[in-house]
Ligand binder design. Structure first.
Ligand SMILES: [Zn+2]
Length: 465
């Protein structure tokens, strides 16, 4: 078992309770360290599950569990073929009790809370961790406070609500919520369950690496999306420990992925300072502007000989569809980023097509508001069918300048009868997408603001197709 908390910078030891993430002496990051000589031979017992790895987790006397972990590792043959990869695996963490990898952290944290008789947990979260913690706290009769930023995926918020967490909104992004929760836990003495502030979460998440090592072995590459950066480090730490213990004989290269709209860790890796204005991405799970575990993530990437890169939201949404259509997995956008990154990495000759790759699918797409909205819009547009396309063409024609009826018919290539065109025009007028006026005895049609918005929505949907 890991001995205790040690500072990565100065090596100083710290008490592991109450939870803390930075060294009281130098402020460096704290982590649990394995004393390899003391541990000797490690035996994992029982079926593949989170608690199978108890010998390599910090010691707990109580075990809080909802059967987390033991998630499938799929051979993504169709997706791999599409990309030209023969050995591509998806680690499907959507199969955890609340449909994300954060259940591992919640299980270990609630176990630790029970050991110390802690009655109230507090956590800053932009989604998955709040949902996981709320569920585990509910099951074990612990009060759960979550501090969320303004932008949170609706499905994750619904989970927190239904598990009866006490929810408070603070700040624009999770960075603000984390600052607030740090002070709140110190003031109230509530148990600090924020992943960025409690090193147990990294310990819990390293079990993902342990499982993959048993399910497949050590891949050449492990691709992980980065918000705060803690997850990438967790995976690296897991493989590193197996290697130190002599259980495996190689290490994977870590490819850390962010969205182009918010990529502070990638920028730090590439030593570029791109200011894109206000950070934004539809992958809300990785919308973190000031990643607290940046140094850890960079260490994982550099020590492993890996790479960091960012992908556009458009690439993320396209990847989201590929995973679903080819492998039947509905991933949240943050996880789909790993597949988008794989494409980039292959094109950029960072990863060879004969290398083995594991992508981490952190959570379910059902949790993500933006994806659900985009898909439901698409369904509506598909139902409108052919009729929709003529109306769209008319709107597009009129977006450049006003035109009269005959002109529209002519510019559409005289494909339909003129009465049919007039019928479409009348319907668009009735829906408020167009207005008409008379000039020089001709009836002109003009796009309204509403029409412009509809056209914009169509463009957004088309990005997904
Ligand atoms: Zn220190």
């Amino acid at each position: 078992m890991p001995s205790g908390l040690r500072c990565i910078k100065c090596g100083g030891e710290s008490d592991s309770y109450p939870p803390r993430s930075s060294c009281p002496r130098c402020g460096g990051p704290l982590e649990y360290t394995l004393d390899v000589d003391k541990i000797g031979t490690v035996k994992f017992k029982g079926k593949l599950s989170f608690w199978r790895y108890r010998p390599l987790l910090p010691e707990v006397r109580n075990v809080a569990t909802m059967r987390e972990g033991g998630t499938p590792l799929y051979s993504a043959e169709r997706l791999g073929r599409d990309f030209g990869f023969s050995t591509l695996y998806l680690k499907d963490e959507t199969r955890n009790p609340t449909n994300s990898f954060r259940d591992r952290g919640a299980a270990l944290i609630v176990s630790n809370m029970m050991d110390f008789g802690a009655k109230t947990a507090v956590c800053a979260t932009n989604g998955n961790m709040g949902a996981s913690l709320a569920a585990y706290c509910a099951k074990y009769g612990i009060a759960c406070h979550v501090i969320i930023p303004r932008r949170v995926d609706m499905g994750k918020l619904a989970q927190m609500l239904v598990y009866d967490a006490i929810i408070e909104e603070h700040g624009e992004t999770v960075d603000d919520s984390i600052e607030m929760v740090k002070a709140l836990a110190e003031e109230t003495g509530w148990y600090q369950a924020t992943p960025e502030l409690n090193p147990l979460v990294i310990e819990a998440q390293k079990t993902i690496a342990f499982e993959v090592a048993e399910q497949f072995g050590v891949p050449d590459w492990f691709i992980i999306s980065m918000g705060s950066g803690g997850t990438a480090y967790s995976i690296w730490k897991g493989f590193r420990e197996l290697h130190e213990l002599g259980i495996t004989d190689s290490l994977p290269k870590i490819l850390g992925v962010q969205s182009e709209g918010c990529s502070p860790i990638v920028n730090a890796y590439l030593k570029t300072d791109v200011d894109l204005g206000r950070p934004f991405t539809h992958a809300v799970g990785i919308l973190v502007t000031n990643p607290r575990q940046k140094e850890l993530a960079l260490d994982a990437i550099r020590s492993s000989g890996g790479q960091a890169l960012s992908v556009s939201d458009q690439e993320i949404l396209a990847a989201e569809q590929s995973i679903a259509r080819l492998e039947g997995i509905f991933a949240e956008p943050a996880s789909a980023g790993t597949i988008a990154a794989l494409r980039r990495a292959a094109e950029g000759s960072i990863i060879d097509r004969d290398e083995s790759v594991v992508c981490l699918i952190t959570g379910s797409g059902l949790k993500s508001t933006d994806v659900l909205q985009a898909l439901s819009k698409r369904r509506k547009s598909a139902m409108l069918g052919a009729e929709f396309s003529t109306k769209e063409k008319i709107l597009r024609l009129l977006s450049s300048r006003d035109r009269y009826g005959y002109e529209i018919w002519k510019d559409l290539g005289k494909m339909m009868t003129r009465p049919a065109i007039y019928q479409h025009l009348n319907e668009l007028l009735a829906r408020g997408l167009l207005v008409s006026y008379v000039r020089k005895d001709k009836k002109y049609f003009k796009l309204t603001n509403r029409g412009r918005r509809v056209l914009k929505a169509i463009d957004e949907v088309k990005m997904l197709l």
